[in-house]
Ligand binder design. Structure first.
Ligand code: DP6
Length: 326
């Protein structure tokens, strides 16, 4: 035997209730639980081959060979898989996204979810969905939410085994569409990993954390009851609370660009005019505008008319990460 290989596919997810701040940065145990929706139309396919003859791990991302911190993060993840499986072979990892590089869509969630599934399967491990989710979390926190399908909750937990995500409703439950308005393709100067470490320096973070069980419950019920108005209210509130923490941490993080604010205001106006729509924003300037599927064309057209928006990507709710024939 000279090759242990597997290939897997996973989608990124958009958080409705956000993860911001770590209790354990090394294991990525979050300060709060979170809720998200997988994005079917965007995905990453990752193949992993552990080989007896390799002298080091190799990483190719969107056809480019990666070294430095990107490779180090993947190597650390592979070390965990190797120690779980009791193997010591290095691996070749090849990862490709179907969404444009530098489109400002966080790809670490789909990258580490597909890597967790491919690497554990290549190494001969048979893990449950919860175990795969915990494993993916150690590569990128939000990646644990891309293992289960549809609408997903990540229970913060308090150790490696209790911090994992599970599905609260399948993708068919509610045909929502995420219209992602690309405001800027420039990569951000402070990434999420550094941002999580700063969260506790904001005087607002504790209040945000204390209020999280309430927001989680409103969000869960809104999803289960397909209550768009309640979901719109809680998602905008949660996104604004996370950005308030970001803006008041030391040093402060301001991810918004003028185009970001323009879309936030437009979405609020459209809602007052009767369109069921809301926004949510991650650690970057692009805006996720959510609507029910029947409004997708209308919302996309309206977004495209706003000057400075270079592109609008759309996605329906997505299923779980899956193994592909390698
Ligand atoms: C703002 O999962 O990208 O998108 O664990 O350092 O990889 P790392 O962080 P990451 O953080 C996501 C932050 C967020 C909110 C969210 O997706 O919940």
């Amino acid at each position: 035997m000279s090759d242990l290989s597997a290939k897997a596919k996973a989608s990124p997810n958009i958080a409705f209730i956000k993860y911001w701040g770590d209790r354990d940065p090394d294991l990525r145990i979050p300060a709060n639980s979170s809720i998200s929706m997988n994005l079917a139309d965007l995905f990453t396919i990752t193949s992993v081959a552990f080989q007896a003859d390799l002298k080091a791990d190799h990483l190719i991302l969107n056809t480019r060979t990666i070294s430095g911190t990107g490779l180090a993060r993947v190597r650390k993840f592979l070390d965990r898989v190797r120690s779980m499986a009791g193997i010591d072979w290095f691996a070749r990892v090849n990862s490709e996204n179907n969404f444009p590089i530098g489109a400002g869509i966080a790809s670490s969630a789909s990258a580490f979810a597909s890597l967790a599934l491919a690497a554990s399967s290549a190494a001969g491990l048979e893990l449950s969905e919860a175990q795969l989710s915990s494993l993916a979390r150690t590569g990128s926190g939000s990646a644990c939410r891309s293992l289960p399908g549809g609408f997903v909750e990540w229970q913060a937990g308090d150790d490696h085994y209790s911090s994992y995500a599970f599905s609260i409703a399948p993708p068919e439950h509610w045909d929502l569409v995420d219209c992602i308005a690309i405001v800027s393709q420039v990569s951000k100067s402070i990434g999420s990993t550094e941002g999580h470490a700063l969260a506790k320096t904001s005087p607002l973070q504790n209040s945000r954390l204390e209020d999280t069980p309430r927001r989680l419950e409103i969000c869960r019920q809104a999803i289960l009851n397909r209550d768009f108005e309640a979901l719109a209210y809680i998602c905008e509130l949660d996104s604004n609370m996370m950005h308030a923490v970001m803006m008041t941490s030391s040093p402060p993080l301001l991810y918004w660009q003028p185009g970001t604010v323009e879309i936030m205001q437009a979405v609020q106006t459209w809602r007052k005019e009767g369109l069921p729509v809301f926004y949510t924003i991650d650690a970057g300037p692009n805006v996720h505008v959510l609507c029910q599927a029947s409004f997708t064309e209308k919302i996309t057209q309206k977004l495209e008319q706003i000057p400075g928006i270079s592109k609008v990507l759309t996605s329906h709710p997505g299923g779980p990460a899956q193994l592909l024939a390698s």
